[in-house]
Design a protein around this ligand. Sequence first.
Ligand code: HEC
Length: 172
Amino acid sequence: MAANLRRAGEHPTRVTTLRQTVIAGIKVALGAVLLTFFCNVSVAQKTPRPATAAKPQVSADAARGKYIVEGVAMCGQCHTPRDDSGAPDRSRNLEGAAVWLVSAEPVADWPLVAPRLAQSPPGTDADMVKLLTTGIWGGGKPLRPPMPQFRMSTADAEAVVAYLKSMHSEPH
Ligand code: HEC
């Protein structure tokens, strides 16, 4: 188009100017159509990409956390209330429970409750990660047994926290 304009400036006849203007107009219109088309195509191609890239990252962490919580560390053995038959009540998964384990030896300070973990864990993310990687709770001390002193990797602890926080979206 720039070439056309330059040529239009050099003593053109009326006919060629008109023809060039029409051709230039068609080119611009075609260009606009093509540009719109390609923009739409590239937008259509790009839009789902961040969504699919971001989503599995979050749910992959939570899925790993779920595996650790339910399949390895068995938090629900103590933190999920039990039904009448003594089985963990899955409809109240990790909602906090009376401690059913008793010590074989008398222990003065045996805890009565394993608090709720689902949805909003009882500490900041940093507290939770510290607890699960070192066994030390926010106050600077280990929790009382039978709460295990976990030594998870930071990545595992973060996955557990991601899962616990994601639990509100799970159907009960
Ligand atoms: C064998 C039983 C048992 C298991 C398994 C267990 N806990 Fe606990 N947990 C307890 C008890 C009992 C307490 C209360 C300890 C206390 O009061 O000192 C507790 C306390 C906690 C607390 C502190 C809550 C608060 O408000 O003070 C957190 C956080 C916690 N547990 C997380 C977990 C996570 C996460 C898992 C699994 C990765 C888990 N626990 C597995 C028994 C258990």
